[in-house]
Design a binder for this molecule. Sequence first.
Ligand code: C2E
Ligand code: MG
Ligand code: MG
Ligand code: MG
Length: 286
Amino acid sequence: AAKGDGRGVHRFYSSEMHADAEDRRQMEEDLRHALASDALHLVYQPVVSSQTERITGYEALLRWNHPVRGAISPAVFVPIAEESGLIAPLGEWVLRTACRDATQWVDDIRVAVNVSPIQFANPGLPALVMSALANSQLAPERLELEITESVFLNDDDGTDATFARLKAIGVRLALDDFGTGYSSLGYLKKAPFDKIKIDQSFVRGAAVKGNRNSAIIKAIVSLAEALGMDTTAEGAETQDELALIRQLGCSHIQGYVYGRPLTAEDVLERQRSHGTLALAEGFQSS
Ligand code: C2E
Ligand code: MG
Ligand code: MG
Ligand code: MG
């Protein structure tokens, strides 16, 4: 069997689909240790305004460099944290760290934090958000919480109350990965989202001639506009995708075309050298 310190383990964590029970148990133990020993960190990916090509925010993304196995994707370890209950302390650490880092950013740039449906179901979430804001002195409107449609799976009075409390605190709410989940438009009617993030599966390849994805993006954008919500197109990688997304009217863009996630230090360094100006790859002036 795998040893607790990870040494002498000959199996590697496989893709999220194939992690077996033993892999998961081991990973859970390693993750618990990583959280306790400060071995996790956040990286920040720019979100850019289509109109101004300025950075309006960064999304905080969790990273884990395992001492033996190297980088493990959050798509693999977040579900394990959710199943084991570790997501509560992990999510709290992410929220507090992201708020603290964002206070150093210029021009009221926002920070977006992913919130697991498990965290959202905890009635203590609004109090935690207030505490993170108070400790960091970050203005509420500079914090955006990203949640996915799966928060509505356990839709009840508690969900409604949490939405109401978060809105009262003044943080922004974004609906992440839109179009991939259960996609009931009823959510958009009742939940007070400020932004819809169009999943990268629609953006990827949208620029290919005749691709149906661009029709879907267009429809989501007009729906969002009618409801007074912003849209972020996720995962734009190429100049063609960027041009199309701008033409389709998405208000914001996030993707490798504008930059991969940066460490907190690199965000500050970039700010010193470029301010908030975003330069798409291929248009780099220097
Ligand atoms: P997400 O919230 O939808 O985050 C966007 C993901 O797309 C990130 O992957 C980002 O690196 C990736 N991405 C952005 N632009 C591009 C692009 O142009 N091309 C490609 N191929 N990918 C792009 P990442 O960092 O691996 O995160 C995966 C997912 O893990 C996130 O999806 C989110 O659901 C979850 N996650 C990450 N950090 C956290 C966290 O702190 N808490 C929670 N609960 N979940 C997190
Ligand atoms: Mg997200
Ligand atoms: Mg997403
Ligand atoms: Mg996602």
